[in-house]
Ligand binder design. Structure first.
Ligand code: ADP
Length: 493
């Protein structure tokens, strides 16, 4: 009798294997970092062979540590860094170039040139995405343009493209299966989120041969089997990391919303069967497909969330560890007019200003470290507040409750600030590994390890909740909006 679901979490900085039992309790985690390759400013790559060998090692180590036979695993679920682009040779299985990571900006000018051709509107209508270098299409184009003979090989059908899920499934099945799921496909900028097909017109704009592309599956079905861990284990669930987190929170009804407070913040609102087109530069995306039902979501990404805390720790050195920020911020009653706009890498949703820089403003002779710490936490919550407000405006959905996860969600002061600023209730789960849990749920459903979503709901357990208090943050908000305006465009030549 199979007792476990094994999740693969192929993240941006590490590969992890996580074992869940039938009560959705984590029984083991094995994590190994992968190298970040920065060949030029603005370029970020990973070695696809390293991604795979590291991932396989985590899986094998977990099986050994827990003394498991393959029969103990009911299914494997996969969640992954999204948009990251891998092109490999179908005949040899060798990548033709490093993985170009979602953060990589090398194709920004190319995307700009497509905007100048007036393609933004039609691309947004078909894919729900903004015309930006983050998504896979321009990265594939770059590889086909820059690797000798790649375009011809692709046209002959000798090359395969995949996001990281696709690459891992190809490896797990030893080259038998070339698939992806709808949530990952919806981030490539080649996938029509209305028709759920690769879009001929987009393929032609980017000049990408259809033969390269994986077959698109739902997020919860058996897509293949692996025999690399002993006997045969089905691969049953696949979703991009943010979508998996939404599912892990069991935000399965329209109007349910989650925000992940990691390095950046990623908010996602379930919009049900409806594709909500954003007027405010949010993304419309596929959350998941289970059976024949497709669920859509609105997404807003904030580039710097918990990373502002890292910056105070590593650069200003006013704290030794990230959690210390809470004590420091509580040493004062307010941020006392200090505003910290963390535009270190530009601003993401809803501003999308690549020329913004970090801006610390409102300083006086009375300003202390505590005020800066508090302004930093407020900045995480204020940015999230803006994204959540925008989501509500775009969708017409009133968001009353927010599910949270990620390292910085453990900060109680930050969560209370979020409840006060956004005037909504916040619920934080016991299991903070919501992303991995979502992938486990999708895989478990596919093999009837769990029967349905109603059963899964009982496994989401609340750790804490936060509700709006009487505190007045009107001045903080006013200062923030002024600060954001000062920060915007700062780097523009
Ligand atoms: P990621 O998955 O993006 O690597 P994590 O979910 O592991 O991120 O969260 C790590 C981030 O959260 C770091 O940027 C760190 O500074 C921040 N962080 C961790 N603990 C706290 C805390 N108690 N308060 C505020 N920020 C925190």
């Amino acid at each position: 009798m199979s007792q476990y679901i094994l999740t693969i979490d192929a993240g941006t900085t590490s590969e992890r294997a996580i074992l869940f039992d039938h009560d959705a309790q984590i029984k083991e985690i094995v994590q190994k970092d992968i190298n970040q390759i920065y060949p030029h400013p603005g370029w970020v790559e990973h070695d696809p062979n390293e991604i795979w060998s590291t991932q396989l090692n985590t899986l094998k180590e977990l099986m050994v540590r827990k003394k498991l036979e393959a029969e103990a695993i009911a299914a494997i679920g996969i969640t992954n860094q999204r948009e990251t682009t891998i092109v490999w040779d179908r005949n040899t299985g060798e990548p033709v170039y490093n993985a170009i990571v979602w953060q990589d900006r090398r194709t920004a000018d190319y995307c700009e040139s497509l905007k100048e051709k007036g393609l933004l509107e039609s691309i947004q209508n078909k894919t729900g995405l903004l015309l930006d270098a983050y998504f896979s299409a321009s990265k594939i184009r770059w590889i086909l343009d820059n690797v000798d003979g790649a375009q011809q090989k692709a046209e002959r059908g000798d090359l395969a493209f995949g996001t990281v899920d696709s690459w891992i499934i190809w490896q797990l099945t030893q080259g038998e299966v070339h698939v992806s799921d709808v949530s990952n496909s919806s981030r490539t900028m080649l996938f029509n989120i209305h028709s759920l097909e690769w879009d001929e017109e987009l393929l032609s704009i980017f000049n990408i041969p259809k033969k390269m592309l994986p077959i698109v599956k739902s997020s919860s079905e058996i897509v293949g089997y692996t025999s690399l861990l002993g006997g045969q284990i089905p691969i049953g669930g696949v979703a991009g990391d943010q979508q998996a987190a939404l599912f892990g929170h069991m935000c399965v009804s329209p109007g349910m919303c989650k925000n992940t407070y990691g390095t950046g913040c990623f908010a996602m609102l379930n919009t049900g069967e409806k594709i909500v087109k954003s007027k405010n530069m949010l993304l419309s995306t596929i959350a998941w497909k289970i059976g024949n039902r497709v669920t859509y979501a609105l997404e807003g990404s904030i580039f710097i969330g918990g990373a502002i805390v890292q910056w105070l720790r590593d650069n200003l050195k006013i704290i030794d560890t990230a959690p210390e920020i809470e004590t420091l911020a509580l040493s004062v009653d307010s941020s006392d007019g200090v505003v910290f706009v963390p535009g270190f890498v530009g601003l993401g949703a809803p501003h999308w200003d690549p020329y913004s820089t970090g801006t610390l403003i409102g300083l006086t002779r009375g300003t202390e470290n505590g005020h800066i710490a508090r302004a930093a936490l407020e900045a995480i919550a204020l940015q999230s507040m803006e994204v959540l407000q925008t989501m509500a405006e775009d969708s017409g959905i009133e968001i009353s409750q927010l599910h949270v996860d990620g390292g910085a969600s453990l900060n109680n002061l930050l969560m209370q600030l979020q409840a006060d600023l956004s005037r909504l209730s916040i619920v934080r789960p016991v299991v903070n590994e919501t992303t991995a849990m979502g992938a486990a749920f999708l895989a478990g459903l596919a093999v009837k390890f769990w029967s349905d979503e109603t059963e899964l709901m009982q496994y989401w357990k609340q750790d804490a909740s936060f509700h709006p208090s009487d505190s007045d943050y009107d001045q903080v908000k006013t200062n923030w909006f002024k600060g954001v305006e000062r920060s915007k465009g700062w780097n523009k030549k």
